[in-house]
Design a protein around this ligand. Structure first.
Ligand SMILES: [Zn+2]
Length: 390
C-alpha cells in the first residue's frame, strides 16, 4: 500500500527520493533455520520527504505485517560500552528532572533494560510496555512490572510522572496519532516529562549511512521534524541533544496548553533537511559502488570477511551486498542470537569466540562506537584481522 499523506502532519506534499529494492521486512525476528530465513518476505523501501514538515518515512511501509510478537531479539545490554552509555544518559536525565521515587512508564521497553535501570537508579516505580517483552531477561524487581502489549489509549490511565520511549518511534508508521495518544494520556497534568530517543536521519543523510535504512524502520526523524511533531501535539521541547557518535537523537518535552513557539537551537528547517536529501541521493551511488568494489576485491583475493554486529545494521548492509557472496558469517555479542539466522539473508549468527578458530582476514564492524571493545576482544583471541568500521 502506498502512503500518499504524511503520517506526521497529514499533508499530501510528499515525494519519494530514494528506493531500496527487495529489503527483508524483518531484521530482528527470531529465525531458527535457513529455510525460514529465506522465506521471509522482501519488499521495497521508498523513502519519502514531506515538504510541509520535513518528515521522512517509508511511503511503501506495510502496516499489516506482524513485526513484534513472533520472537524479537533486540537486547543491546550485553556490550559494556552500551551499558556505560545507557547508565550515563539515564543518570543525567534523572538528576535533571529529579526523577526519584516517581512513576515512570516506558513505551516499547524491549526486554526491559532501560526501565529496570532508571527505576533502580532513582528508586522509581517502573512500568514497561512492549509486545516483544519476555520474562527473565532483566533482574527481577518489585519496583518494575511489565505489560506485554502494544501501547494504546487504554494505557492512558496508568499514572506517570515521566513517559519514556527509546528506539520505538522509528518503528511506528502512524507517528502523528501515536504522539496524540501519548498527549491525550497526560491531559490535565502538565508536569509529565516525555523522553524519547531515536536514530537521527541527519547523520544517515550526511554520511549516506545506507545500513541504517531497513524495512522495520518506517520513520526517520531529524531534530527539526521531531520538534515539529512534538509542538503540533502540544508539547514544549525542553531540550534535544545528539549522542553516540551522532547516531542517536534525544528529546525531552512537557505538555503545554497551546502550541509552543519555542524553537530549539538544534532544529534545522524543512528546506535545510530537503537539501540534505538531495546530497544523499547524489552521493549514495558512489558510496554503494565503493563498498561493492571493495567486497568484490576481497572475494577475488579469497579473503575471509565477517561482519561484527548482528541485527538491523547488518540486514541493512547485506541487503545491498549479499549477492556478492563474500561474507559467510556474522558475529554478535548477544548470546540469544547465536545460532539464529538473519531474516531474508540466510547467514547464521555466530558467537564472538567463533573467530578464534575461523581467523578472519577482515572484520567489518557495523557500529564504530564499539571499535575499541571489539578490537580488544579480537586481539585477546589472538587474531589480527583488518578492522573496518561503517
Ligand atoms: Zn509532514
Amino acid at each position: 500500500m502506498k502512503h500518499t499523506t504524511c503520517p506526521n502532519c497529514f499533508s499530501n506534499k510528499v515525494e519519494d527520493f530514494y528506493t531500496i529494492k527487495n529489503a527483508p521486512v524483518h531484521s530482528l525476528v527470531t529465525v531458527q533455520s535457513y529455510e525460514e530465513a529465506m522465506s521471509v518476505e522482501k519488499k521495497d523501501i521508498a523513502l519519502a520527504f514531506c515538504d510541509n514538515c520535513g518528515f521522512i518515512f517509508n511511503s511503501s511501509f506495510d502496516t499489516s505485517i506482524d513485526y513484534y510478537t513472533k520472537g524479537y531479539e533486540d537486547q543491546q545490554g550485553f556490550s559494556p560500552t552500551f551499558v556505560k552509555f545507557l547508565t550515563g544518559i539515564s543518570q543525567k536525565f534523572i538528576d535533571r528532572y529529579d526523577l526519584y521515587n516517581k512513576d515512570i512508564i516506558e513505551i516499547g521497553c524491549g526486554k526491559g533494560d532501560f526501565i529496570s535501570l532508571i527505576s533502580e537508579l532513582g528508586n522509581n516505580n517502573g512500568i514497561g510496555i512492549d509486545p516483544a517483552w519476555v520474562p527473565g531477561r532483566t533482574k527481577q524487581s518489585e519496583k518494575v512490572r511489565f505489560i506485554k502489549e502494544f501501547y494504546s489509549k487504554k494505557h492512558g490511565d496508568l499514572k506517570a510522572d515521566c513517559i519514556c520511549c527509546r528506539h520505538t518511534l522509528e518503528h511506528i508508521h502512524d507517528t502523528g496519532n501515536f504522539l496524540k495518544t501519548i498527549r491525550d494520556s497526560v491531559q490535565g497534568n502538565n508536569n509529565v516529562i516525555v523522553f524519547m530517543e531515536i536514530p537521527s536521519i541527519v547523520r544517515i543523510l550526511k554520511i549516506q549511512a545506507f545500513w541504517d535504512i531497513f524495512y522495520e524502520h518506517s520513520t526517520y526523524l531529524s531534530p527539526g521534524s521531531l520538534a515539529r511533531l512534538f509542538r503540533q501535539n502540544k508539547f514544549e521541547v525542553l531540550d534535544m541533544y545528539i549522542e553516540y557518535d551522532d547516531q542517536y537523537l534525544f528529546i525531552e518535552a512537557k505538555p503545554v496548553d497551546k502550541i509552543s513557539e519555542k524553537i530549539h537551537p538544534l532544529e534545522e528547517s524543512v528546506d535545510e533537511l530537503k537539501e540534505l536529501t538531495k546530497v544523499f541521493t547524489k552521493k549514495i551511488t558512489h558510496q554503494l559502488g565503493d563498498w561493492r568494489d571493495k567486497l568484490i576485491q576481497y572475494k577475488s583475493e579469497k579473503k575471509k570477511v565477517v561482519i561484527w554486529g548482528g541485527g538491523s545494521k547488518s540486514v541493512g548492509f547485506l541487503t545491498n551486498f549479499n549477492d556478492i557472496g563474500v561474507i559467510e558469517h556474522v558475529v554478535d555479542i548477544n548470546p540469544h542470537m547465536t545460532g539464529n539466522y538473519i531474516p531474508g539473508i540466510g547467514i547464521q549468527y555466530k558467537s564472538p569466540e567463533f573467530l578464534a578458530d575461523y581467523k578472519p582476514d577482515v572484520v567489518i564492524i557495523m557500529n564504530g562506537v564499539y571499535k575499541n571493545e571489539i578490537g580488544k576482544m579480537i586481539h585477546d583471541m589472538g587474531v589480527d584481522p583488518e578492522l573496518l568500521c561503517l
